[in-house]
Design a protein around this ligand. Structure first.
Ligand SMILES: Nc1ncnc2c1ncn2[C@@H]1O[C@H](COP(=O)(O)OP(=O)(O)OP(=O)(O)O)[C@@H](O)[C@H]1O
Length: 475
């Protein structure tokens, strides 16, 4: 069970929900079972759109959409979980950044699919972690849950649904701020937290709007390896996106509040698409490192590591597009599949940043101690007291007041006030300068890789042309 690709697009068709005694309808979206998997291992969903015109009468137009996998109406959520979500558990326990996104119109089955997957993930994760603990490879698991409603972020693990925030930390990672981080160990503890989050989302949504899917909900499990305080924690997160439908024609949808809400949802879903597509870096001939606009919305900032081209940890994303198969929802279903199919362009592999000795945030604890000995030496600072175990990244996360207190303690009071601050600022100058240098070097490397790929593709074209010419001449 391993993660096959960096980015998977999965379709899930919702069966028709027919009232008892209502006239029987046929699902208008089906899986093309006959079609062999496409070049990129893709499968196909077929949408029949009925059209009526005075000239041609009733006709059905067929639209075909590719995805890595299409689950039909009869498929069970367990099947989807086993194939696409379960492999993310060991991936995240090993330090990877795994994201599951559910996208689709209201009532298409996003929450149905994700709540089942989150419960199954709680079971698999707690068992896998318990099995790793005797070998010393277990993780400390914490859970945080937020909902993003327009520009507002709320804590779904706080009974009062208090305000939270999404921010970028010193290392440029998208972090959840002012949120409850609850430590969980057993399946039941994880489940209780998740259920509390889903329930609070439903209640707060009813207070705002009759429909629950006007906000994005994010459940994030952070997996910090026990016994290595410097390791980058793994992440397993599930995101129930706001309903993707456009404003309907009813008068309620035209209230200014509802319109603003719809604009905010559409903006964030478009930004999400842009971020995911920007990762593809364009054609091989496009030699520029792509700008990924993750800062444009709270949602994309929160998920930044999922798009980052140069990430400190491997990342993988499963995009589940849920769709109704009912005739009344066909245009929303077509929009869902158009959005999701376009994401198949996202490349298979991200560039995982190699440790770069030029970048202070990659320094080992030994290298940090060396630096402290060199620059704090004159004031007789004991480096070990300033950074007992921290590597460069961990030390750059130490808040200023704590850093200063360590300097004071580590020099028996010799270094305090302005002189301690000077050493602290010196540390920060080197953190920033080295990160800038490393970033520029990565951009140059990216450019070289792209140029080499473009040259290789041109050479292959030329070779193919020569072969065709040779064939023609033989004939
Ligand atoms: N695959 C499925 N099989 C059977 N029932 C389903 C399936 N998917 C969804 N449903 C049912 O359809 C209804 C709507 O589903 P759900 O609430 O998950 O939709 P949603 O897209 O999350 O909408 P919202 O965001 O408004 O809650 C629910 O009653 C759910 O049980």
């Amino acid at each position: 069970m391993s993660v096959e690709r960096d980015f998977s697009v999965v379709f899930r068709l919702r069966p028709l929900l027919q009232a008892p005694g209502a006239e029987q309808q046929e699902p208008l979206v089906t899986v093309d079972e006959g079609a062999a998997a496409g070049a990129a291992g893709t499968h196909t969903a077929v949408v029949s759109q009925e059209r009526k015109s005075w000239k041609h009468g009733e006709t059905a137009e067929q639209h075909r959409f590719a995805a890595h996998r299409v689950y039909g109406c009869e498929a069970q959520t367990d099947e989807l979980f086993d194939e696409h979500v379960a492999p993310l558990v060991p991936f995240a326990l090993d330090g990877g950044y795994a994201t599951v996104l559910a996208y689709g119109q209201t009532a298409s089955g996003k929450t149905h699919t994700l709540s089942h997957c989150s419960a199954a993930a709680a079971r698999v994760l707690s068992a896998a972690n318990a099995a790793r603990r005797p070998g010393g490879k277990g993780c400390r698991i914490t859970i945080s849950c937020i909902e993003i409603y327009g520009k507002t972020v709320n804590d779904l693990l706080d009974a009062a649904n208090k305000r939270a925030a999404v921010a970028e930390d010193m290392q440029g990672r998208g972090v959840l701020a002012r949120v409850t981080e609850r430590e969980v160990t057993t399946e039941q503890e994880i489940l209780t937290a998740m259920e509390q989050a889903w329930a609070l989302r439903r209640t707060s949504a009813t207070a705002k709007n009759a429909q629950s899917s006007r906000s994005h909900a994010l459940i994030r499990l952070t997996l910090a390896p026990e016994g290595d305080a410097n390791a980058t924690p793994g992440v397993l997160q599930l995101v129930d996106l706001a309903g993707s439908e456009r404003a309907a024609g009813d008068s309620a949808s035209h209230s200014s509040e509802r319109m603003a809400e719809t604009v905010a949802i559409n903006t964030s879903l478009m930004a999400l698409k842009e971020c995911m597509r920007a990762r593809s870096g364009g054609a091989a001939s496009d030699a520029s490192a792509k700008h990924i606009p993750f800062r444009s919305t709270k949602l994309t900032l929160a998920l930044k590591e999922a798009f980052d081209l140069f990430s400190r940890q491997p990342a993988t994303t499963v995009f589940i597009a849920t769709a109704s198969t009912a005739a009344a929802d066909i245009s929303a279903t077509l929009n869902t599949f158009r959005y999701a199919s376009a994401l198949l362009l996202v490349p298979q592999r991200l560039v995982v940043q190699e440790p770069d000795p030029r970048d202070v945030t990659y320094w080992s604890n030994a290298r940090v101690l060396e630096w402290l000995a060199k620059y704090g030496g004159a004031a007789l600072v004991r480096p070990q007291d300033v950074a007992p175990y921290e590597d460069g990244l961990a030390l750059s996360r130490v808040p200023e007041a704590d850093f200063m207190a360590r300097l004071q303690r580590g020099s028996d009071g010799a270094l305090q006030g302005e002189s301690a601050r000077r050493l602290y600022l010196k540390w920060w100058r080197i953190v920033i300068a080295s990160r800038t240098l490393a970033k520029e070097a990565r951009a140059a490397e990216w450019k070289r890789t792209k140029a080499a790929a473009a040259a290789a593709s041109e050479a292959a074209d030329a070779e193919a042309a020569r072969e065709i010419l040779a064939d023609v001449q033989c004939e």
